[in-house]
Ligand binder design. Structure first.
Ligand SMILES: N[C@@H](CCC(=O)N[C@@H](CS)C(=O)NCC(=O)O)C(=O)O
Length: 212
């Protein structure tokens, strides 16, 4: 198996955590990335496999796929040991909804505060973005109070997605408030997982080398 990703890709880091949680061996291919040029030039395999020219991309034998959530689905089907989606249909749908909210509701709001994207958003958009993030934090805090210790019945892909999204939000100054004690306790719990701690250490090392 070969994972093609970038050092600051929140979606790629989701997949790295999942692969570690599932104890799967893989080769890591890091695409060119810098804080000045971002993903240029595009890695040739990314350009060939993903028409959106985005990472992560996963190759497994003759299979070539992209999109972190699609990769999650594939990993649980192909490598059923250490399942990370809940089994029961409704539980699985709920966990997938949490992953969707992290990726496609919360993270686009985080992106409004990234310096290289900020000029594309005015104050009205950013106020809405802040509201979206705070609303999601409150929802996840309530969810954790009901289903402690993880967002769903057991540790799942949903925890991975929310953790990575809030990590980037925190980096850009929009972390969860201390009053959300269930969410804060969950963050501490997530950090005790080797898979998560390793990825955060690598992100910090990359940023330190880039002078951030
Ligand atoms: N829905 C995709 C999103 C992938 C994505 O946005 N990747 C970013 C890096 S985190 C990327 O490659 N951006 C470069 C670009 O859009 O040109 C997933 O879950 O993998």
């Amino acid at each position: 198996m070969r994972l093609i990703t970038g050092p600051l890709s929140m979606f790629g880091r989701k997949v790295e955590i999942a692969l570690a949680e599932k104890r799967l061996d893989y080769a890591l291919e890091t695409v060119p990335f810098s804080l000045e040029t971002f993903y240029a030039p595009i890695h040739p395999d990314v350009a060939r496999i993903n028409p959106k020219h985005q990472v992560p991309v996963l190759q497994d034998g003759d299979l070539e796929i992209f999109d972190s959530t699609l990769i999650f689905d594939y990993l649980d089907h192909a490598y059923p040991e250490f399942q990370l989606w809940p089994d029961a249909p409704r539980d699985r749908a709920r966990a997938k909804l949490t992953d969707l909210k992290a990726d496609e509701v919360f993270f686009p709001a985080v992106q409004m505060f990234m310096p290289h994207k900020a000029s594309g958003f005015d104050d009205t958009a950013r106020t809405k973005g802040t509201w979206i993030m705070q609303t999601q934090y409150a929802e996840w805090d309530a969810q954790l109070r009901a289903s402690n210790p993880y967002l769903h019945d057991s540790f799942s892909y949903a925890d991975i997605a929310v953790f990575m999204a809030q990590h980037f939000a925190t980096f850009f100054g929009h972390g969860p408030s201390d009053e959300l004690s269930a969410f804060q306790a969950w963050k501490t719990r997530m950090l005790t997982r080797t898979s998560v701690a390793r990825v955060l250490e690598e992100i910090s090392m990359f940023l330190a080398q880039a002078g951030q």
